[in-house]
Structures are given as structure tokens and as C-alpha cells.
Design a protein around this ligand. Structure first.
Ligand SMILES: [Zn+2]
Length: 135
């Protein structure tokens, strides 16, 4: 191992490193840098530096438990957003084959084959009855 790599390895020992939250903040920073190439706003410039500082701070932090808790909280929201957009994408992609209905009780999204008529189904999540009418 080279001297620099060994020094870097020793420096990073016990430090948090990176996670999904850090990667997403970095992506956001890159997008804002690209946007700021056209806008050239000082406020955006400050935000970019702040985000970059947060990323580096989290990476080098020795409070691993705290950083993990932040990441876990972030992942809960992130997963909701990813799930929402996946459902929207699938609604468009499989529009001809399926109809998507939302359970009123547990808010689960259920995919029903697109066949004409009225049908009664039960939610696979909570079991409550749902009436689906496809024209
Ligand atoms: Zn349900």
C-alpha cells in the first residue's frame, strides 16, 4: 500500500464515510451547480457550498450512530417518493393491461386487470372489500 493510501486509510478509520443520503445530497449539489451555470445566482452559490459542506461533514464525522439515524430517517421519506413515482410510471406503462385502484382503508395501490364490468375484490393488504368498475 502506498504511503498516501495508508495515511488516507488511517484518517478515515472510525469515520462515517458515505451513504445514500450523502450520495443524494451530492447529486443535488451537482444539479444545482449545472443550473447555476445559467442562472449565476449568489444565493444558489451559497446553497451549493452549504450542501457540499454538509456532505463532507457527514463523510468525516465520527458520530457514526447519529449519521446512521439521519440516513434511516431520510430513507423512509425517500422510499415513499420512489414508490410514488414507480406507481405513476407503471400506471402509464401498463395502462392498456391494468387499472390501478387505491384501497381507501390502508392506501395500498392494487393492480386490477382491465376487463370490462364491475367486480368486487378484496385488498391483499388489509382485506377490505373494493368495488372496481371498468368501462
Ligand atoms: Zn387495504
Amino acid at each position: 500500500m502506498g504511503k498516501f493510501r495508508e495515511k488516507l486509510y488511517r484518517f478515515m478509520m472510525g469515520r462515517y464515510g458515505t451513504d445514500i443520503l450523502n450520495k443524494d445530497i451530492l447529486w443535488l449539489t451537482i444539479i444545482l451547480v449545472l443550473v447555476n451555470l445559467f442562472i449565476r445566482s449568489y444565493i444558489l452559490y451559497i446553497i451549493i457550498y452549504a450542501l457540499f459542506f454538509v456532505t463532507v461533514f457527514r463523510m468525516l464525522s465520527k458520530k457514526v450512530v447519529k449519521r446512521r439515524a439521519e440516513n434511516a430517517k431520510y430513507l423512509i421519506y425517500r422510499n415513499k417518493v420512489v414508490k410514488f413515482f414507480t406507481v405513476q410510471f407503471n400506471k402509464i406503462r401498463y395502462y392498456k393491461q391494468y387499472k390501478y385502484v387505491t384501497c381507501k382503508k390502508c392506501k395500498a395501490v392494487i393492480r386490477v386487470p382491465r376487463k370490462k364490468g364491475t367486480r368486487n375484490i378484496s385488498c391483499p393488504g388489509c382485506g377490505s372489500p373494493i368495488t372496481v368498475n371498468i368501462k
